[in-house]
Design a protein around this ligand. Structure first.
Ligand code: GLU
Length: 485
């Protein structure tokens, strides 16, 4: 049988890294087995669902490079793939259960249910529905309807049964039927609940494997009950462990960025994030940590997905991002960096540089970057005019420095070409001036950038060119003479 899996996000927020990992595992599993990945949107929480979030989630999947075969945007034989557009289908399935007596209308009010819940909790029992409307006669139902009460539909949960999930990740997990009361499958407004809609869709969409977050494991026995009642074959289940922060608490906003978009905005590369997420819980055979998506597809198996929670290690993500940045060609990296330079306010300066000098700038900063958004900081000495603080002043005011810099200016002002020429000119400079290297480069750097440390001088000088370098030295002289005056 052909493998069919699905990713079924609720559009109630941006794509969380946990959701992205579920999507990725489904993707890897589908591709590994030459199966089909379906993307369906579970938007039955009308208050919290937003179409902007749906767009954002799909955009995040696109950015990560996770493609799907059926579902939102691409369509397919089981359309529509948005749950609010499938309400008739759920209603018809609920009718089947009502006819079979496996579900019943429930007229209890929110207040009554809340009181029942509170009572059970106070007694230390599992809150569940105790069955007030379970055995109402037809007359009683009719009377309540007549009184204008619109019922919900409740599923008659079998009691005294053990539900055993043969989970592909967690092994056998058993649930007592008794702890699960009759549960609502259709609300009074005709909207299905998650546990019902998910089963109807997974069945009709011919899903063979349900791979999802561990938090849904406790929902699984309810879903198994519905499969049984409808007489449908069950898919296989695989519940993937939580992602924890480094303090071993569930990953949340407290731990920093939690959504894919935030990582994108910080300038992580999609290849790095995908690689990192794959290894959150999955341990491929072999030692190699850096893997392309294709390599992951080939190696992926649910057997090697861990039962214990994965810990989100930001240092590891940073390391991976650096590895992937290193592999980028200068022109590719240059393109990726442009929006981040714009964001840092350097759009006009970068445009004025021209292609050749921009490439040198990219070469000059690339080894320092952990993420793309670091570029603002490292490009600053290239693009901002120097400012001299007291530390700079102390260096520049030293005996003989002004004269030495004046001679540097003559040499460097003559620079015409690119990086190679800047490199050899700077190398020859101490010899030409007859001054030890140490006494040349430090004051020169301070005069040109205002700082004692920073990117390598040849890169800076090559980006500025002869004229730009002279102008900066001019500033240093102006600063020194203003100071004397
Ligand atoms: N809509 C659910 C969620 O976002 C999906 C649950 C499932 O995969 O069954 O958590």
């Amino acid at each position: 049988m052909r493998v069919r899996v699905r990713f079924a996000p609720s559009p109630t927020g941006p794509l969380h890294i946990g959701g992205a990992r579920s999507a990725l595992f489904n993707y890897l599993f589908a591709r590994h087995h030459q199966g089909v990945l379906v993307v369906r949107v579970e938007d039955t929480d009308l208050e919290r669902s937003r179409s902007e979030y749906e767009d954002e989630i799909l955009a995040s999947l696109d950015w990560l490079g996770l493609t799907w075969d059926e579902g939102l945007r691409v369509g397919g034989p089981h359309a529509p793939y948005r749950q609010t557009e499938r309400l008739d289908t759920y209603r018809q399935c609920a009718e089947v259960l009502l006819e079979r007596g496996l579900a019943y209308p429930c007229f209890c009010s929110e207040e009554e249910l809340e009181a029942e819940r509170a009572g059970l909790i106070a007694k230390g029992e599992t809150p569940r529905y105790l069955g007030t409307c379970r055995n109402l006669s037809e007359e009683e139902r009719a009377a309540r309807r007549q009184a204008g009460i619109v019922p919900t539909i409740r599923f008659r949960a079998p009691q005294d049964r053990l539900y055993v999930v043969e989970d592909l990740v967690r092994g056998r997990v058993a649930f007592e039927g008794n702890t699960i009361g009759d549960f609502i499958i259709m609300k009074s407004d005709g909207i299905p609940t998650y546990n019902f809609a998910v089963v109807v869709d997974d069945h009709l969409m011919e899903i063979t494997h349900v791979i999802r977050a561990e938090e849904h494991l406790t929902n699984t026995p309810r879903q198994m009950m519905i499969y049984e009642a409808m007489g449908w074959e069950m898919p296989k289940f695989a519940h993937v462990s939580l992602i924890l922060g480094e303090d071993r608490q569930k990953m949340s906003k407290r731990h920093g960025a939690t959504s894919v978009i935030q990582y994108r905005q910080r300038g992580y590369l999609p290849e790095a994030l995908v690689n990192f997420l794959a290894l959150l819980g999955w341990a491929p055979e072999g030692q190699e940590e850096l893997m392309t998506l294709d390599e992951m597809v080939r190696a992926f198996s649910l057997e090697r997905v861990a039962r214990n929670p994965a810990v989100f290690d930001l240092d590891k993500l940073n390391w991976m991002n650096q590895q992937y940045l290193k592999r980028k060609s200068t022109s590719e990296l240059g393109m990726l960096l442009r929006p981040f330079l714009e964001e840092a306010g350097y759009g006009a300066q970068v445009a004025a540089l021209g292609e050749a000098r921009y490439r040198i700038l990219v070469e000059g900063v690339r080894d320092y970057l952990v993420c793309l958004s670091d570029v603002g900081e490292y490009a600053r000495p290239f693009l901002d005019p120097p400012r001299y603080d007291s530390e700079a002043e102390a260096v520049l005011a030293q005996e003989g420095v002004a004269e030495m810099l004046a001679r540097c200016r003559v040499c460097l002002g003559a620079l015409e070409g690119g990086l190679d020429e800047a490199q050899s000119l700077l190398k020859e400079l101490p010899g030409m001036l007859g001054v030890p290297a140490r006494q040349v480069y430090r004051p020169l750097r301070v005069a040109l950038t205002g700082k004692t440390t920073g990117p390598e001088l040849p890169f800076l000088v090559a980006v500025w060119g002869g004229q730009g370098t002279e102008e900066r030295l001019q500033r240093a002289f102006a600063f020194l003479s203003a100071r004397k005056a």
